[in-house]
Design a protein around this ligand. Structure first.
Ligand SMILES: Nc1nc2c(c(=O)[nH]1)N[C@H]1C(S)=C(S)[C@@H](COP(=O)(O)OP(=O)(O)OC[C@H]3O[C@@H](n4cnc5c(=O)[nH]c(N)nc54)[C@H](O)[C@@H]3O)O[C@H]1N2
Ligand SMILES: Nc1nc2c(c(=O)[nH]1)N[C@H]1C(S)=C(S)[C@@H](COP(=O)(O)OP(=O)(O)OC[C@H]3O[C@@H](n4cnc5c(=O)[nH]c(N)nc54)[C@H](O)[C@@H]3O)O[C@H]1N2
Ligand SMILES: [Mo]
Length: 773
């Protein structure tokens, strides 16, 4: 065991950060500091050799897929094909620091509850299974055999399989996801919530309904062919940094870029490419040609206003604006849509967006003068009450000018977790459609359950009613990632048994059922050796490309099991080894899993051969490849959606919860958010200066943030420092996961049931000066 970083108690959520420093935000991203920031922690923690091996394997054709986001890999790779935050994610996982056996006797579960996510993560990699018996306050080491036999007993004892819930976080590879959903369904439940429920579920639902595929309709190369790229609700400089390179290339080819965001995010404004000398020393590339500083939740109004301007332009010069050929052959619903938008109230649009009519006109002109348009989005669009309808409006706008299924154009949701899209393709969904379940039945000879299972929010509601006995998580940090931390944690504590398959400690290991297990697993960077020899896995990126991922370094400790081993051994423990599925055979040779997948999941025919090609393969995609749309009307559906602007009550702000630069979801790498000027702290709330004046508050003042939801007591996040910040008026921002305490469980997107993490109605209450620092 190597030396552990110092514990820093002040990193606890709810604690003060005495060294917090605030300075003005940056207006550019990446460049020299990024290279420095990305390499330094790796070299310190991993040593030069391991760092060199890892960094030259990352995102290479024979290496492993970076686990930091679902951004695709270009066909021509650089020697170092990664970004600052990818390097951080790898360092975090591949650290040689491990949790020693003595840790469990020294730290009770109650102790762990007082620790911050940062402290927990810094304890190092988990290396042995541990078990907390009912009534005890300590985990204790347990053998793998005992852990599986206990799991077998507990799961077999449930009077209904629906009393168990099987969660997945999006790092799980395709093969693992496939065996995991297969096990859950063979056991008898569709209770397969996943992180997608909190992430791009609105995308999957909206696009699935109107174009027949809940995924991107573009390929990687389309960025460099586009005339116009509109990016809404996404902060690529932090969350998808390699996208900036694609945007820079697009600009070189003449594309214009428009950013729509309440915050002027550094990465959207200007970019210095660290892989180029010019990027390091020069001013870099100005990315956004136009920045629309929209109000939270105003995107649906903006999109409708744009479509209305397109339709008005067509009315003024009939036959010259719309793509009539495309619309006639491939779409339905244009007439109803046109009639509906005729009544669009411009005043309502301007109020909802906070934009000037001239800004919307300018973007409409850009759209009209571009032949190939990509619209890209992430959490700023998916985590709102009206997200599903908003995303349908993106499709409406694209369809009007045939911007789907042609080069350089399309809908481009940018997924988050590196294999969250693949997990869904493999059947991780509580609502998988009959053809998939039929294929499982034909392949394996058992009848999977047909009623829908529970998603993330429904699982918590069922726990609150005492209807869930066992919660099993394949990765992730469920209690920290979900809304209303207090209620979610109370619900989780009501379970009889909670199980976490994890690489590192997090809050979900301390908020547990009466009995609990932690099962440590291999990370994606590590070799995976099974009976038939070395194994590899596969992932699907945000543009539907599937490719292999090979571990590149030895496992951090002996005795770690791969996720596939854990799932297949769990299945044997629960279902026995005489059933129709040869779990041991699947564990011994992942090619056998891929053979099953090739017969069950469309697009994966000859999987074993295709995945061995150096660049992998691209999944078929009706809208992108042939302009075919597997929808209710058999065409791309232009839909009518009622505008319901987000109301901001007097004296309140709309708070969005978002990521700092130095975190990966609930994993906190450091207390800095460089581009936004924050150092050594996270207890900040960003507020527009005019709002501060109106509310009688000042920059630097301490406030309690109270979130309001009708009929429920206010929820509080206490003693936060106000930061005067150029966010859109009326719209504040604070970091997740801490701010999850403010998000009501009842506040969910219509249809997709995604927590509304980007629009919490809050009040800022000054903290009496005695309690401020
Ligand atoms: N380094 C790093 N990389 C990551 C992650 C990470 O935590 N760290 N997380 C991964 C995951 S799982 C995901 S899903 C992605 C998340 O990637 P992002 O979606 O970029 O993540 P957020 O930080 O939630 O940023 C949301 C952006 O939307 C804007 N926004 C908020 N509300 C609105 C709105 O109403 N309208 C508009 N137009 N914009 C709005 C915010 O100002 C912010 O710029 O990143 C993935 N990659
Ligand atoms: N308020 C608010 N809440 C949000 C969001 C928001 O913007 N605002 N964003 C939402 C989004 S987009 C998402 S995707 C969810 C994320 O929800 P989750 O996916 O549940 O959370 P993560 O923080 O990504 O999970 C981190 C943990 O995964 C484990 N882990 C890491 N690598 C591996 C591995 O290879 N195998 C296994 N088995 N475990 C591993 C580690 O133990 C680590 O602590 O959070 C959501 N919650
Ligand atoms: Mo996500």
């Amino acid at each position: 065991m190597t030396k552990k970083p110092e514990s820093t108690e002040s990193l606890n959520p709810g604690h003060d950060y005495p060294d917090l420093e605030v300075s003005p935000p940056e207006d550019w991203a990446v460049g020299l500091p990024a290279i420095y920031h990305s390499m330094e922690p790796a070299i310190v923690q991993l040593g030069l050799t391991r760092t060199a091996k890892l960094m030259t394997s990352m995102n290479q054709k024979d290496g492993f897929d970076c686990m930091s986001c679902a951004w695709p890999d270009p066909d021509k790779r650089k020697t170092l094909e990664f970004c600052e935050n990818g390097a951080r994610a790898v360092t975090w996982e591949a650290t040689p620091v491990t949790v020693p056996t003595s840790f469990w006797a020294e730290n009770s579960v109650s102790d762990l509850l007082t620790k911050s996510e940062y402290w927990l993560g810094m304890q190092g990699r988990l290396t042995e299974p541990v078990y907390k018996p009912a009534g005890a306050d300590h985990y204790e080491p347990i053998s793998w055999e005992k852990a599986f036999s206990l799991l077998g007993e507990r799961l077999r004892a449930l009077d209904s399989p629906d009393k168990a819930v099987f969660y997945t976080s999006g790092r799980t590879a395709n093969e693992t996801a496939f065996v995991y959903q297969l096990f859950a369904r063979a056991y008898g439940t569709n209770n397969l919530p996943d992180c997608s429920n909190m992430c791009h579920e609105s995308t999957s639902l909206a696009l699935g309904e109107v174009i027949g595929v809940g995924k991107s309709t573009i390929a990687y190369d389309d960025f460099e062919r586009a005339d116009l790229i509109i990016i809404l609700g996404q902060n690529p400089g932090t969350n998808h940094p390699r996208m900036l390179t694609a945007l820079e290339d697009a600009k070189k080819n003449g594309a214009k870029i428009v950013a729509v965001n309440p915050l002027p995010e550094a990465g959207l404004m200007r970019y210095k490419n660290p892989q180029k000398v010019r990027g390091i020393v020069g001013r870099g590339t100005t990315l956004a040609d136009q920045f629309l500083q929209i109000r939270s939740g105003g995107d649906m109004a903006l999109l409708q206003a744009l479509s209305k301007r397109v339709l008005d332009a067509e009315a003024a010069k009939p036959g010259t604006v719309l793509d009539h050929d495309f619309l006639e052959k491939h779409s339905s619903g244009l007439a109803e849509f046109t009639a509906h938008l005729a009544d669009l109230d411009e005043a309502e649009v301007l109020a909802a967006t906070g934009l000037d009519a001239a800004e919307i006109d300018e973007l409409a002109d850009r759209y009209l003068s571009s032949d190939r348009v990509i619209i890209s989005w992430a959490m700023g669009l998916t985590q709102h009450r009206n997200s599903v309808a908003t995303l349908k409006e993106i499709i409406n706008l694209l369809l009007l000018r045939g911007n789907i299924g042609k080069p350089g154009a399309g809908a481009s949701p940018i997924r988050g977790h590196s294999n969250v899209q693949g997990d869904r393709t493999m059947g991780i969904w509580e609502q998988m459609k009959p053809p998939f379940l039929d294929a499982i039945e034909a392949e394996f000879g058992f009848s999977p359950p047909r009623p829908h299972g529970m998603d993330a929010l429904k699982s918590i509601a069922a726990m609150q009613k005492g209807e869930v006995s066992v919660f099993f998580a394949l990765g992730g940090n469920f209690v920290a990632a979900l809304s209303d931390t207090e209620a979610t944690e109370a619900a989780m504590r009501g379970c009889d048994l909670t199980v976490q398959v994890s690489t590192k400690l997090n809050r979900s290991h301390a908020v547990i059922g009466s009995e609990a297990l932690i099962l440590p697993t291999l990370g994606r960077t590590e070799f995976d050796l099974q009976k038939s020899g070395p194994q590899f896995l596969s992932v699907e990126d945000t543009v539907c490309a599937v490719h292999a991922t090979h571990g590149s370094v030895p496992p951090v400790a002996p005795g770690l099991l791969s996720e596939v081993s854990i799932v297949t051994r769990l299945a044997t423990a629960v279902l026995g080894d005489s059933g129709p599925i040869d779990w041991n055979g699947l564990e011994a040779d992942y090619d056998r899993i891929r053979e099953h997948i090739s017969r069950v999941v469309p697009g994966f025919e000859d999987f074993n051969e295709k995945v061995r090609r150096s660049s992998g393969f691209i999944l078929p995609n009706g809208p992108r490849d042939t302009r075919s749309f597997d929808t209710e009307t058999g065409k791309a559906m232009i839909t009518v959606n009622e505008l319901e602007p987000l109301e901001r009550p007097e004296g309140r702000l709309i708070l969005q919860t978002l990521r700092s630069h130095d975190q990966f979801n609930t994993t906190i790498y450091s207390l800095n958010d460089r581009y936004r000027g924050i150092k050594n702290g996270r207890d900040v709330v960003f507020v527009n200066p005019e709002d501060l004046t109106e509310l009688g508050l000042e920059d630097g003042q301490r406030v309690d943030i109270a979130s309001e939801w009708p009929g429920e007591p206010d929820r509080y996040l206490r003693n936060y420092r106000v930061v005067s910040y150029p966010t859109a008026k009326g719209c504040a921002a604070a970091y997740f996961p801490e701010a999850n305490v403010l998000v009501p469980l009842a506040s969910a997107a219509i249809g997709s049931n995604t927590p509304v993490s980007k629009a919490v109605i809050v009040r800022l209450e000054p903290v009496a000066s005695a309690s401020t620092r």
